[in-house]
Design a protein around this ligand. Structure first.
Ligand code: TIU
Length: 226
């Protein structure tokens, strides 16, 4: 049975539970907590905490409904063979990718800082994608995994809105997925960039996709279960 989100913008969004995945982008300590990659770039990471309660509610409701969950982490191999020098050498961060920080090596797979925060930690049966780029589809097997499961629709949350979330959503859109971004489950270090991203995603007749508040998704799921 089709589930409808009437409150989605720029117009209602519909999906089938069995062909839809919830994709949570990079909800890892590197971006969410002091001492990680986000802070080394000069950002106030405390801003991102605001979305954790709503994102947790969505994750729990999506799991209860039996929907597929995908988690991503921005992560590099320990030898940095998948980190282009252009990425590592960009700018003047306090610590570079691969350097030892308070939560282990910055943005390196398996380090404490690279783990998804406890409130949103993956459980058995959920897909976890380590991605070397900002987009979730670049140099990962995500598209193939979604194709194998017949997924056509993606609901996005995560951080940061205008960097990894928007890049992933654009990659997904180009691969033919109908994408919706949960407005209160995504955050940026720059509130103006978040607002601009929400606007640009849904402009021009949903040129990249839809947006909706998470309450609209939760209500739709409850309706569906009733
Ligand atoms: N710096 C920033 O806003 N974001 C990133 O580097 N990665 C993600 O968005 N995950």
């Amino acid at each position: 049975m089709r589930i409808g989100i009437e409150a989605a913008a720029p117009f209602p969004y519909g999906f089938e539970l069995a062909s839809t995945a919830l994709v949570l982008i990079d909800m890892q300590r590197d971006f969410m907590e002091p001492g990680g990659f986000g802070e080394t770039l000069g950002n106030d990471v405390s801003l991102l905490q605001a979305i954790v309660p709503a994102t947790r509610k969505v994750l729990q409701a999506w799991r209860a409904a039996g929907g597929l969950v995908v988690h991503t982490r921005e992560a590099h191999a320990a030898d940095l063979s998948d980190c282009p020098p252009a990425k590592r050498n960009r700018g003047k961060p306090a610590l570079r990718i691969g350097d030892e920080g308070p939560m282990g090596r910055i943005l390196v797979a398996g380090e404490p800082g690279n783990q998804i925060i406890e409130a949103l930690a993956p459980i058995d049966g959920e897909i976890v994608i380590d991605k070397p780029g900002k987009g979730a589809f670049y140099a990962t097997g995500l598209h193939e995994l979604l194709q194998q499961r017949g997924i056509t629709h993606l609901l996005f949350g995560g951080v940061t809105t205008e960097v990894c979330v928007q890049t992933s959503m654009r990659e997904a859109n180009d691969r033919g997925y109908d994408c919706l971004l949960l407005e209160d489950c995504t955050e940026s270090y720059f509130p103006a960039f978040k607002a601009a991203t929400l606007d640009m995603v849904r402009a021009q007749g949903a040129i990249v996709g839809w947006t909706a508040p998470s309450a609209a998704l939760l209500a739709a799921l409850l309706n569906h279960a009733a």
